[in-house]
Design a protein. Structure first.
Length: 402
């Protein structure tokens, strides 16, 4: 099997996913094209050598439908020979796209490919694409469907995380993200989004709130308490988990991932194509994988998929120098650390989606790039990137620096 290497990774800033957000004026195709163009320009890339572009998108509807990857390839002025495909694994779509690009290289069916993702949450709302999981009563009944915030609150209740625990985690995420920006740790990989006149629209994550403290978060009401009670979701999930007496609703906007817009892209290829194009590999992709988990609690997949990919590579949790886990909700990361024994100083060391936001289909590619940058900055060797996923799944990738 051919080794697959990461040659570069870029992302746009994350803009507030609201009509007043800075990136609301930018179409999803233009966001994705901005990331692709940056990969080309930074690496003086002959785009005719790129075999495929795989882009994740969690809501492939409206402006984000109709194979947005191919449209982005054309808008970025890549060679017309470059194909594009759009894939959806909910919140892990961006990392799954990199996995698919890497798989093509490893199987010898591509020399150079790009994996990444895009999501304009200010223009294409969540659930725009519909789906049987929540819309078909038979499917919802069989799978004990609940809204994800209810699942996050169940995790906190079942595994003993208090409101103070999740709020303290959120404060630390904001602190780490602000320090990372102030220290310039993202400057090499974040490419500004510009308008048609080449004026900068946004060059910094818009969602970070560096002044967040415990007092400010304590003033926020639980976001999912009324939903759990009035829409019956608490009753549904307690049928699936009867050992839990009641759901303690602890999550709110301040300790959950932010709704934002953004795109990311990762350049993956064989060693031979890199040598021929004068590209220097930054990391080797050791292995990756996906797994299904219980669909009602839904957000616990990162731990079993981590065990799966580590076992496949003959590794243990202690062999990983740094971890990146998407901060869908604070309890997701707290449970992951509790389950695997990962210390807080080795995971999400530059903050995460609670502070910077979670552009669904793009996040996986974004945090993979963040992981690689930080491994280089600290002169460490191995990293693991993972995300929880709706309907109960997990995806992970292990990389090692070259």
């Amino acid at each position: 099997m051919t080794d697959a290497y990461i040659y570069d990774a870029v992302r746009t800033p994350r803009g507030e996913g609201k009509p007043k957000g800075a990136l609301n004026e930018v179409s999803p195709v233009r966001l994705a094209a901005a990331a692709l163009a940056a990969l080309r320009d930074r690496n003086d890339l002959d785009t005719s050598c790129v075999d495929d572009v795989v882009l994740g998108c969690s809501e492939p509807a409206g402006e984000q439908g109709a194979v947005i990857a191919r449209s982005a390839v054309l808008m970025a002025d890549y060679d017309q020979s470059v194909s594009g495909v759009q894939i959806n694994r909910f919140c892990a779509s961006g990392l799954e796209a990199v996995n698919m690009a890497a798989a093509q290289v490893m199987a010898g069916q591509a020399d150079l490919a790009i994996g990444g993702g895009v999501e304009s949450m200010s223009r294409v709302a969540m659930a725009s694409s519909g789906g049987a999981w929540f819309a078909d009563p038979q499917v919802a009944f069989k799978t004990y469907y609940v809204q994800q915030g209810i699942s996050a609150d169940l995790i906190a209740t079942k595994y003993g995380f208090s409101r103070d625990d999740v709020d303290a985690y959120a404060v630390e995420s904001q602190k780490r993200a602000a320090e990372a920006w102030d220290d310039g740790r993202f400057k090499e990989s974040v490419v500004p989004v510009k308008d048609q006149n080449d004026a900068i629209i946004l060059d910094r994550d818009e969602h970070v709130r560096p002044d967040t403290d415990m007092q400010a978060l304590a003033a926020l009401n639980p976001a999912f308490e009324e939903m759990g009670r009035d829409l019956g979701f608490d009753s549904v999930i307690l049928q699936r988990y009867p050992e839990v007496e009641r759901i303690d609703h602890v999550h709110h906007a301040g300790n959950s991932s932010g709704i934002v817009d953004g795109a990311g892209a990762v350049l993956v290829g064989s060693r031979e194509i890199g040598d021929s194009l004068g590209l220097k590999p930054r990391a080797r992709i050791r292995n990756f994988g996906s797994i299904g988990s219980e669909p009602s609690i839904m957000l616990t997949g990162p731990a079993p998929v981590t065990r799966k990919v580590l076992a496949r590579g003959g590794m243990e949790t202690g062999d990983i120098d740094l971890y990146e886990l998407n901060e869908a909700f604070a309890a997701v990361v707290l449970r992951y650390m509790q389950d695997l024994g990962v210390p807080h100083d080795r995971i999400n060391v530059n903050g995460g989606a609670i502070a910077m936001g979670h552009p669904l289909g793009a996040t996986g590619a974004m945090i993979l790039g963040t992981l690689l940058d930080e491994l280089e900055r600290r002169d460490l060797e191995t990293g693991l990137c993972t995300l929880c996923i709706g309907a109960g799944m997990g995806v992970a990738m292990v990389i090692e620096r070259v």
